[in-house]
Design a protein around this ligand. Structure first.
Ligand code: NAG
Ligand code: NAG
Ligand code: NAG
Ligand code: NAG
Ligand code: NAG
Ligand code: NAG
Ligand code: NAG
Ligand code: NAG
Length: 494
C-alpha cells in the first residue's frame, strides 16, 4: 500500500467521520448519557444479536456525551497529525479545494460544539459537558481558522481553478460568518465580529467568479465545470451553485470592498474593480432557483435515483447528450444544504421533499434495507452492509479529490437536517417560519436517518488505528472480503 493510503486518505476520512458524528448532535443529546468508554475490536464487537447487524447503530446509539467526546478526539488528532500551525500538511501536498473543505469542516464543528453547549446549558445532562473547556477549545480552533484565512489558504491558486473550486471557498467563509453569529448569540460577546467583513469579502470575490456563469447556450443552462476545458456540465459545479447562491442570498452581509484580487501577491491578470454586492440581492435567489429548476429538468439521476457525474456535449451538439454514469458520494449531498435554504427563503416545501427523496435513495443504496445477510453484503449502488462507500474505497485507488467526498456528503446532510425555525426567523424579515407540523415532520424524517448515520460513524470509528488514532478510509472494510469489489460504472471523470 502506498504512502498516500497510509496517511493522505485518512486525513479526509478522519474529517468525514467527525462530520458524521457531529451531525448526531441534534438527535442524540437529549438522550441518556452512558458512561464513556473506548470501542475496541471490529465493527461487530458488542453487537447483542438484536435486530439486523447491518442496521446496528453501535453500542452508544443515543449517548450524546460519548459522541461529543469522540468528536473532540478526532478533531484533536486531525490537528496534531496534519496541522503545521498555518496549513494542512500532506504528502503529496493537499489540493486547495480540499483544504478549503477541511477548514469548512473545522468551522462547522465549532458550530456543533456551540450548539452542544447551548443545548446542555441548564439541562440535566449538563454535568457531562465541561462548557468552559469546550469554549476554550472553540476559541483556540477559531484562532486557527483566522490563521488559515490570513496565511494558510492559497487563494491565488484556487482563484484560477475551476468553477467548483471557487464555490467551496464561498461556502467555507459563509460558514465562518454563520459560526461567528451563532457563537455570539450564545455567548453575548462580539467574538470574531471584526473578521466578518473580511470573510464576506473573500466569499464575494469567489462568488463573483461564478455569479454570471449560468449559461443557456448549451444544454439550456447550468454551469460548466472548468472554463479552460471543453464544456462539461457536471453535477458538483451545479449543485454547488444552488448551495452557494442561496447561502449568499441568506447569509452574505454585503461587501463594499472593491479590491478584486484574491491577495496582494496575485499577479496573473489585471482585474476590474469588484462590483458592490448588497446583502440579500434578489439576483442570488434567482440564481439558486433557476439552477435547481435546470438541474431537476435535466435528468442527472440513474435508474436507481442516484446522481451521476455530469453531461458532456458532443461535437456539433448543443444539448447535454453524453452522460457520465459515474456515481460519487458527494454528488448525492452537496445540493441538500441549498434545498433546505431554498425552503428558508421561499417557504416552498417541495425543496425539502426533493431533499428527503435524495437522502432515502442514498440510504437504500448502502444496503440498509436489505432483506438478509446475503443481500446486505452485496454492492447496493453506493455501499453495502448499510455503510457508505465510494467506488475507489475498497480497491484503495481514490484520488485525493475522492478522499473527502463522504465527508462533504455528511456535512451537507447535517446542514439540511438542522431544525426548522418555528419562532425566530433565521434571518429577520427574510426567512420563513415553519408551522409546528412542518417542523415536527422535518425533525421526524431527520431522526429516522440517525440510526443509519450512527451505523456509519461507528463503522468508521472501528477502523481507527490504536497507535496513531488515525481513522481508515474504507469504513466497511472489516467485514467485506477484498475480492468482492464493486464494478465501476464508467471510468472516473475525464
Ligand atoms: C506549513 O506548511 C505550508 C505548506 O507547505 C508552508 O508554506 C508553511 O510555511 C508551513 N508553516 C509552518 C509554520 O511551518
Ligand atoms: C496563476 O497563478 C497561480 C499561482 O499563483 C498558478 O497556479 C496558476 O496556474 C496561474 N493561472 C493562470 C491562468 O495563469
Ligand atoms: C456561454 O457559452 C457559450 C458556449 O460555450 C460561450 O460561447 C459564451 O461565451 C458563453 N456566454 C457567457 C456569457 O459566458
Ligand atoms: C455600501 O455602499 C453603498 C453605497 O454607498 C451603501 O448604500 C451601502 O450601505 C454600503 N453597504 C455596506 C455593507 O457597507
Ligand atoms: C433518468 O435516466 C435514467 C437512466 O437512463 C432513467 O432510468 C430514468 O427513468 C430517467 N428519469 C427521468 C425522470 O427521466
Ligand atoms: C432498496 O435496496 C434494496 C437492496 O438493498 C433493493 O432490493 C430495493 O429495491 C431498494 N429499494 C428502492 C426503493 O430502491
Ligand atoms: C480502481 O480499481 C478498480 C478495481 O481494480 C478498477 O475497476 C477501477 O477502474 C480503478 N479506479 C481507478 C480510478 O483507477
Ligand atoms: C498504525 O499506526 C502506527 C503508528 O503510526 C503505524 O506504525 C502502523 O503501521 C499503523 N497500523 C496500520 C494497520 O496501519
Amino acid at each position: 500500500m502506498s504512502r498516500l493510503w497510509a496517511t493522505g486518505e485518512v486525513l479526509f476520512l478522519f474529517v468525514a467521520v467527525l462530520q458524521v458524528i457531529v451531525m448526531l448532535r441534534q438527535y442524540a443529546f437529549t438522550a441518556v448519557v452512558l458512561g464513556a468508554s473506548t470501542a475496541t475490536g471490529t465493527y461487530w464487537s458488542g453487537w447483542h444479536g438484536r435486530g439486523n447487524p447491518w442496521q446496528w447503530p453501535g453500542p452508544y446509539p443515543s449517548a450524546g456525551g460519548w459522541w461529543l467526546e469522540q468528536s473532540q478526539e478526532v478533531l484533536s488528532t486531525l490537528y496534531s497529525t496534519y496541522w503545521n500551525g498555518t496549513y494542512w500538511v500532506e504528502d503529496p501536498s493537499i489540493l486547495q479545494w480540499a483544504a478549503a473543505v477541511v477548514n469548512t469542516f473545522v468551522i462547522d464543528t465549532q458550530r456543533t460544539f456551540t450548539t452542544a453547549i447551548s443545548q446542555y446549558n441548564g439541562n440535566s445532562h449538563g454535568s457531562q459537558v465541561n462548557a468552559a473547556q469546550i469554549q476554550a477549545n472553540i476559541r483556540k480552533y477559531y484562532s486557527d481558522i483566522e490563521t488559515f484565512y490570513t496565511s494558510g489558504e492559497d487563494v491565488n491558486q484556487i482563484f484560477d481553478a475551476a468553477y467548483d473550486d471557487a464555490q467551496w471557498v464561498v461556502l467555507e467563509w459563509l460558514e465562518a460568518i454563520k459560526f461567528v453569529n451563532q457563537y455570539d448569540a450564545y455567548s453575548k460577546l462580539s467574538f470574531g465580529q471584526e473578521d466578518v467583513a473580511e470573510f464576506a469579502h473573500r466569499a464575494h470575490i469567489f462568488y463573483n467568479i461564478v455569479q454570471n456563469q449560468f449559461n443557456t447556450s448549451l444544454c439550456e443552462g447550468g454551469l460548466t465545470w472548468n472554463p479552460a476545458l471543453a464544456p462539461y456540465k457536471n453535477a458538483i459545479t451545479n449543485e454547488l451553485f444552488v448551495s452557494s447562491s442561496i447561502g449568499m442570498y441568506l447569509y452574505f452581509p454585503g461587501d463594499n470592498n472593491s479590491d478584486p484580487y484574491p491577495s496582494t501577491t496575485y499577479s496573473n491578470r489585471t482585474l476590474p474593480p469588484l462590483p458592490y454586492l448588497k446583502p440579500h440581492d434578489p439576483l442570488l435567489l434567482t440564481n439558486a432557483k433557476e439552477e435547481w429548476a435546470w438541474f431537476k429538468s435535466h435528468n442527472f439521476t440513474n435508474a436507481q435515483g442516484l446522481v451521476v457525474d455530469g453531461f458532456h456535449i458532443s461535437d456539433g451538439q448543443t444539448t447535454c447528450d453524453e452522460r457520465n454514469e459515474m456515481v460519487y458520494t458527494y454528488n448525492q449531498g452537496v445540493m441538500l444544504s441549498g434545498l433546505r435554504e431554498l425552503w428558508e427563503a421561499t417557504g416552498d416545501t417541495s425543496y425539502l421533499q426533493d431533499g428527503y427523496g435524495f437522502i432515502n435513495t442514498v440510504i437504500n443504496s448502502t444496503g440498509w434495507n436489505a432483506n438478509g445477510y446475503g443481500q446486505a453484503g452485496q454492492w447496493a449502488g453506493l455501499g453495502r452492509n448499510g455503510i457508505m462507500e465510494d467506488y475507489c474505497d475498497a480497491p484503495a485507488n481514490c484520488s485525493q479529490d475522492n478522499l473527502i467526498f463522504k465527508g462533504a456528503y455528511f456535512e451537507h446532510l447535517d446542514l439540511f437536517c438542522e431544525p426548522l425555525p418555528t419562532e425566530t426567523p433565521l434571518v429577520k424579515g427574510l426567512t420563513y417560519l415553519a408551522d409546528q407540523g412542518l417542523a415536527n415532520s422535518h425533525a421526524q424524517k431527520c431522526r429516522s436517518y440517525a440510526g443509519w448515520i450512527q451505523h456509519n460513524a461507528y463503522a468508521a470509528l472501528s477502523t481507527r488505528n490504536a497507535t496513531s488514532d488515525i481513522i481508515g478510509e474504507w469504513w466497511g472494510a472489516s467485514y467485506v472480503s477484498p475480492q468482492s469489489l464493486p464494478l465501476t460504472p464508467q471510468n472516473p471523470r475525464d
